[in-house]
Every structure is written in C-alpha cells, then in structure tokens.
Design a binder for this molecule. Sequence first.
Ligand code: C2E
Ligand code: CA
Ligand code: CA
Length: 568
Amino acid sequence: MSKSKIMIVEDESIIAEDLADSLEDMGYIVVDIVSSGEEAILMAAEKQPHLILMDVILQGEIDGITAAEEIYSSLQIPIIFLTAYSDNQTLQRVKATNPFGYIVKPFEERNLYLTIEIALERHHYDPITHLPNRFLFKSKLDEILSHKNGDNSGNLYHINESHKHQNFPKIPIFYISLDRINRIQVTLGSNNRELVLCNIAKRLKESISDIEILAHLEAAEFAIILKPVKHKKNAIDIAESILDVISQSMVLGSDEVYVTASIGITFYPLDGTVADELLKNANAAMYHAQQKGGNNYQLHKSKTVVISREKLSLETNLRNALKRSEFHIYYQPKVDIRQGKITGAEALIRWFHPEKGLISPAEFIPIAEETGLIISIGEWVLHTACSQTKVWQEEGFAPFQIAVNLSRSQFIHRNLQERIIKIIQEVDLTPNYLELEVTEGLVMQNERAASRIMKAWQNYGIKISMDDFGKGYSSLSYLREFPFDVIKIDKSFIHNIMADSKTEAITIAIIQMAHSLNLKVVAEGVETQAELEFLQRHKCDEIQGYLFGPPLPISKFEQLLKEGKKYI
Ligand code: C2E
Ligand code: CA
Ligand code: CA
C-alpha cells in the first residue's frame, strides 16, 4: 500500500520539524512544511497531499481557518487543525469548516496518529486520480441536499412552475464520461489509461471554478457538483468549457492522444430533490450525449426543460430591454357607441427585440411576472402612457381616458397604491383620466389587499375596470363588492355572439346586469359590423377592436385624433 502524503502548515519551525519527524516515524510522507495561509493554498494545489495538518494562527494575512476553507472547497483535501487555541470563538469558526479533526496542543502522538487515520479513512480517495470517489461524492451531495431540503424557508424547495423560470438558484450536477477510453487502454496499455485519467482529473481541477466537489466515480467517469447558479446558461457555459479542456491533445510518450467526453446535466431541484434521482437523471442525460456521438452535453430531458431554455434566453434579454429602450407603447382607440368618437385608449406594450423582432406581450408578460421584472416594466408603462396622455391634452386634443393593464404580481407588490398615485402626480395628469384594467383572477387571489387598494384609488379619482370579463370565473359578486367603474366583455365572447345564441343571451344579460350596477360596459375585440350592430342594439357603451383600429404607435394614433373622425 502506498504511503499517504501529508503537508504541514505551522509557523513555528521547531514544532514543525518535530511534527515532521513524528509523521515520518508513523510511516507517512511529509511533502512540505509551510508557515503561512497563502503558501498553504499555493502548495496544496501543487503538491496535492492526501491530508493537511493546519495550525490556526499563522504568519501572513490569512489564518489557518480561512486557508482551510479555501483549500477544501477547491481541492477537497481533508484538513486536521492543530492548535494551542481552544477559545470558544475559534472553536466555532473551526467547526463551521467541518474539519476532519481538531487537535489541541500539546497532544500525544497516538492521538495524532488516530486522528489522521480516521480522516484518511473518512476521505477514501480514489488512488489513481486522488479525487474523491463515488462514496464521498454521494455523501457530499446528500449533505448539500439535506441543507437545502431542510431549509427553514419552508416550501421553497417544493417545486412549482415558477422555480423553473425564475432566477431561482439551482445546483448543477454533471455526470462526465470519457468517450472511447477503452480504446486507449487497448492500444496504449493500462498504465497510459491511468495517466490519461490523472491528466483529465488535473485539467478539470485546474480549469473549473465554482466547484462544490469533483469526483472520480469509476473507470472513465467523473462527476461534479457546482455551486448554485441563477441561470441554467451559467452551467451550460461551464459544460462547454469542460468539453473544450478535455478535448485538448495530450502527449503520452511518443503518442499524441485525443480524448473527448459526454456530459449529462441535472439541476437540483428541477430534475430531482434526492441524490440518487439527480445522479440517475444525470447519468441518463450522459447516455443521451453518448448516443449523439460524444463530445457534447445534454440536459436531463423533460419537456419543460426545452421550454424553459427558450424562456431563459428571453429572460436575459428582457432584463436589458428597458435599458435599451426596446419597449414601446401602442394605443388602441375605444369608441363611444353613442357619439361615435374616440373617448379612450388602451395602452398596450410592445417589445421590439433587436434580433427576434416583435415579441407579443402574451409571451413576455408572464416571464416578466415570474422574474419580478414586471414591477419596473409596469411602472414604465404607467409613467409613459400617463405622460403621453398629458402631452396630448396640452396639445389641445379633447381629453380622453387612458387605460393601463395591471398584472398580478404588480398588484401584490408593496406600495403599489402609493406608487401609482405618485406617478400621476409626477406627470400631473388629472386622476380620472386614468383607468386601471385588472382581471378577475387578480382580485380573487388577493381579495383583502385588492379591496383596500382599489378603494384608495377610487377615492383618489382613478377609474378601475374589470378586464376579460366572461373569460374566467365571471363572478358577479366581485362586480358588486369591489369598486369597479367599467366592465370589459372578453373578446372570446364577442367573437361568439353571432355563432352561438347562448353566448348572445349571456352577453345581453351581462350588459343589463352591469348597467344595473352603474358600470360602464366596454366590448373588446370587435371586428365586424354585425358585432357592432348587435352591441349597439343592446346598449353597450364603448367599443374596442380591429373594426375601428388596432393598437397603434404614437404617430398613427395621433393621426386618428387629428382626423377627429366619427366612427359610427
Ligand atoms: P388585453 O388586456 O385583453 O388586451 C387586449 C388584447 O386584444 C391586445 O392584445 C389587443 O391587441 C387585442 N385586440 C384588440 N382588438 C382586437 C380585435 O379586434 N381582435 C382580436 N383578436 N384581438 C384584439 P395584445 O396587445 O397582444 O396584448 C395581450 C395581453 O397582454 C393584453 O390582453 C394584456 O393582458 C397584456 N398586456 C399588454 N400590454 C400590457 C401592459 O402594459 N401591462 C400588462 N401588465 N399587461 C399587458
Ligand atoms: Ca386590457
Ligand atoms: Ca382584455
């Protein structure tokens, strides 16, 4: 059996020499003696000892505890502390590093020997690469997951849809298999195969940062747990650089050898919450990479992964869109059915992505909600639409109401009520020219807050409309209990009036009921003359739809205002 290599970190040279002698007597090899934390970090990487004996108080800036943390996190070399210090504070700091041993000076040699042997036993390293083995890898993964799963943040790790898209921290796990490694063994012999493994292990260790643990599982298989990442893309970048690093040529004697790898990637908690499941899925993804011919990575395949990858790139772009002025507001006219004139407009956001072109709000608003970006986007919309409306008023156009959509997460955001009032004050718009469109679902999920916030707005003079009525639950009680001024009949209803007599009857009932509650009724999505006539007959108040005009950019909408045309 080969002798274990030990490094000593101790600033008193006499003690260090003594210790070295004892260790040699016990049958270990002392690879180095260093006296500062800085040196310890450097030499540990260079000498790759199996174990380090570390003093706490050292020369230099970095003490033994900090050096140990650094060394263990990057190299996973087990560390035993040797110190005369045993005060509580020091002990607490030492404990927090999960040391493999803690020996208070002076100590008996027997005690030292036992502690070292236990530490080496606990860290049963792979003898070829000196990396942690499968056993250690599993226990490290278990340890990390038990922290996470037992998080006191309650159901944080209970998986729901939002975790898949939010920049919610995810722990990436890589399962790496070297392609065609058996060929190397056959053609170059098993010694060379070991050299290849050691070389790859060294490259991996040196090239990847943010590693929690790198292990040699067996044969040609390695595994990595990375530190949590916000975006899958961060892990994918690392996988790509690993493929790169591995595929660089290596010289064995007179031969130049090329090795490639297949990588399977899973993320905690998206692809599993227990070690076995995550490893199994990573392994399956790795096979998938092998089937694709090797030298590539594959994410654990579930349908959601594919979707969320696309969303991920949208999300990154969305973060910059405000800064880069990629958002615009389009204005869609609302026409009063009796006067036949424009009496309002709905502000609808548009995103002009530099490469992808126009992206529909239906596509990016949900992502903006999940990521919290909706707060700043929503405020931008409100501010821009209100100040544009003020500009139109100052230019002498007949004042009209501007309607702005509010989304769910905007609604539950703190201070929403005050912030909206503040924006109106800033742009100096008379409050009753602003109408906020909220959906039934939004009110339903936040009944108490909704009631309080909506009443405050109403007192201030802001109008509130229930958007998409008829689409969801269509609760009439909400219309009665909450201070709505307007109800917008959903376009799906309007499109069916002509085709379905039941829809027709319900639409008539909605209009009558809304009027009995003193609500103004707006029909959205009106596309045909027949729909208009029906709504006229049944005394709907306002019409919005392609029949009169789609959402338009400022200049085009201004053109309509200038024309002052009578639509009906
Ligand atoms: P919404 O509030 O129901 O807006 C009406 C949607 O119907 C708009 O889609 C509009 O372009 C479309 N539309 C208007 N007339 C017609 C018509 O005659 N026929 C048909 N088929 N469609 C018509 P858009 O602009 O794509 O917006 C989709 C949704 O995105 C909006 O539905 C709204 O929920 C959301 N949204 C848009 N802008 C904002 C915003 O600034 N903030 C928030 N929170 N949500 C927004
Ligand atoms: Ca709306
Ligand atoms: Ca609507």
